[in-house]
Design a protein around this ligand. Structure first.
Ligand code: NAD
Ligand code: UDP
Length: 324
């Protein structure tokens, strides 16, 4: 049994962050959730607010934070293309200034720090599946660059703090993750398809739908993050975390239609600029270093996610789910 720690989760009121806070509280830790509520909401953590070990602070990580903690999970950053492209300068600042501020905090209090990096560091990859030693193929000046390059720079900062200040760092490269508490207006493919299917509206497939992604259920992903944080100081990552089973977007659309019993038809829309054609994690490293692999198949994870959105829509909260 681990000693109870004081753990900071930035972006803790977001989709992944809220599940992480819940998991850490369940393990007996004190959790400080820091969020500016750009894409996150109090609703995501409302079930934790009565827990004496849980604290929530409205704060933007682009500004310094003074607090005493043992561990930091740095998740603050909008993850959906729709949201990170809304204010691209703020997105880069969140990744870069946010990393500098959280690394500075970790250095001051000698905390262990984990960065929620992303498969987007591989860009539109030519190596498939993606291994951690692949440097990626990223457009530095495109619409996705604020996110991709911001996250790449954050990784650089993490490794420089490790080399220069011997900070205990952990870098997770997270691949597409889904589950309950995604916003109905999130814009990512799984929430879009489910919300459309449940309302018998057209399923918006971008491009010809032959592009691929590999989808990890949220609980699997959170388990990987926690295992990574618990590794010895010699394990820094970067480590890919994701489900290696790959699907085309057309296959995903068909599966969502089948599982919802929807009457929706597919509607093809233009492919967004720089949309990666394929993505699949090589998780050999996670298996070796963390003894981790995802356990929840897409079909099962989708069923849980569909049930969540079904409740949200029937209770009339779909429109305001994102509201604080
Ligand atoms: P999310 O948008 O639900 O959560 C991000 C949270 O960060 C939100 O609560 C938001 O309000 C908060 N935030 C944004 N800017 C902030 C700022 N400047 N200061 C403080 N808080 C801020 O997204 P998510 O899917 O939960 O992603 C969490 C993290 O995981 C992100 O860093 C994202 O890049 C990374 N990630 C997620 C995925 C995925 O598929 N979900 C994939 C790769 C990487
Ligand atoms: N996509 C789609 N329809 C949608 C939303 C997304 O076909 O309504 C596609 C998108 O073009 C991309 C894939 O689904 O090829 C995954 O998109 P998402 O935004 O979820 O994640 P990312 O592109 O960041 O991996």
């Amino acid at each position: 049994m681990q000693r109870a720690k004081r753990v900071l989760v930035t972006g803790g009121a977001g989709f992944l962050g809220s599940f992480l806070c819940e998991r850490l509280l369940g393990e007996g830790h004190e959790v400080v959730c820091v969020d500016n509520f750009f894409t996150g909401s109090r609703r995501n953590v409302s079930h934790l607010l009565d827990d004496k070990s849980f604290e929530i602070i409205r704060h933007d990580v682009t500004f310094p934070l003074y607090i005493e903690v043992d561990e930091i999970y740095n998740l603050a950053c909008p993850a959906s293309p729709v949201h990170y492209q809304f204010d691209p300068v703020q997105t880069t600042k969140t990744s870069v200034h946010g990393a500098i501020n959280m690394l500075g905090l970790a250095k001051r209090v000698r905390a262990k720090i984990l960065q929620a990096s992303t498969s987007e560091v591989y860009g539109d990859p030519e190596v498939h599946p993606q291994t951690e030693d692949y440097w990626g193929r990223v457009n530095p000046i495109g619409l996705r660059s604020c996110y991709d390059e911001g996250k790449r720079c954050a990784e650089t900062l993490f490794f420089d703090y490790w080399r220069q200040h011997r900070l205990r760092i952990k870098v997770a490269r997270i691949f597409n993750t889904y589950g309950p508490r995604m916003r109905p207006d999130d814009g990512r493919v799984i929430s879009n398809f489910i919300v459309q299917a449940l309302q018998n509206q057209p399923i918006t497939v971008y491009g010809n739908g032959q592009q691929t992604r590999s989808f990890c259920y949220v609980n699997d992903l959170i388990d990987g993050l926690v295992r990574l944080m618990h590794t010895g100081d010699d394990v820094t990552g970067p480590i890919n975390l994701g489900n290696p089973v790959e699907f085309t977007m057309l296959e995903l659309a068909d599966l969502v239609i089948e599982l919802t019993g929807s009457r929706s038809k597919i509607k093809f829309l233009p492919l967004p600029v720089d949309d990666p054609r394929q993505r699949q994690p090589d998780i050999g490293c996670a298996l070796r270093e963390l003894n981790w692999k995802p356990r929840i198949a897409l079909r099962d994870g989708l069923a849980k996610t569909i049930a969540y959105f079904d409740d949200l829509i029937s209770s009339g909260h779909a429109g305001s789910a994102a509201a604080e």
